[in-house]
Design a protein around this ligand. Structure first.
Ligand code: CA
Length: 222
């Protein structure tokens, strides 16, 4: 199991790293919030252990950013005793568990194992890109607060693109993920769906989000 530990205090970080490694976890460490966010975006972790008071970017903001991007990696927050009222805020923002410092190492391990077991995948992903909100728990998408009237396929297509802003999806990838069939290389069914999706999700609005990448496929940009 691979963990990301975001902790600025050197001694605490070293102890966490050593203890977690000895317990069989593979550990990456970030000494500040910016680096933590960068690493969390760059690789797939089973869980993130996150300190709240961090240089460059605090723990709250790391949670907010990751959840906004639709990343459901389980997050365990480490909080100092005098920050306890802030726990509520952490949960509202999308933390999954917390431990008050100083904590027992065996408890940390137990909590982490349970978090990883529960996984982050069950979290309904709500993604915000510019004025677009895609909520997979309600299967609804809106722009500027206006709910879009989409078919299930159009919604799935929009969600796929919105969950990875800027990433170009080829027709083959879209076909596999949405239609669960291999793309035959000639069919225009995807282009037709994108056209319908654009008519509802882009045309009525000033800012166009869906981008055609000629000869490749489609992307959604912020
Ligand atoms: Ca700290």
């Amino acid at each position: 199991m691979k963990l990301l530990v975001v902790e600025d205090e050197e001694k605490a970080a070293a102890a966490l790293r050593q203890g977690l490694s000895e317990s069989g976890f593979e550990v990456d460490h970030a000494p500040d919030g910016e680096e933590g966010l960068r690493l969390a975006r760059a690789s797939a972790y089973d869980a993130i252990v996150l300190d709240l008071m961090l240089p460059k970017r605090d723990g709250w903001s790391v949670i907010t950013e990751l959840r906004k991007e639709g990343r459901g990696t389980p997050i365990l927050v480490l909080t100092a005793r005098d920050e306890v009222p802030d726990r509520v805020k952490g949960f509202e923002l999308g933390a999954d568990d917390y431990l008050v410092k100083p904590f027992s190492f065996s408890e940390l391990i137990a909590r982490l194992r349970s978090l990883v077991r529960r996984g982050g995948a069950a979290r309904p992903a709500k993604v915000e890109v510019a004025d677009l909100i895609v909520d997979e728990s309600t299967q609804k998408a809106s722009r500027c607060g206006q709910v879009l009237d989409l078919t299930p396929r159009e919604f799935a297509l929009l969600a796929l693109l919105a969950k990875a802003p800027g990433q170009v999806f080829s027709r083959a990838q879209i076909s596999e993920r949405i239609w669960h069939v291999e793309y035959d290389g000639v069919s225009n069914v995807i282009d037709v769906h994108v056209r319908h999706l654009r008519a509802k999700a882009d045309d009525p609005f000033d800012k166009k989000l869906i981008r055609t990448v000629r000869g490749v496929g489609y992307a959604l940009d912020a």
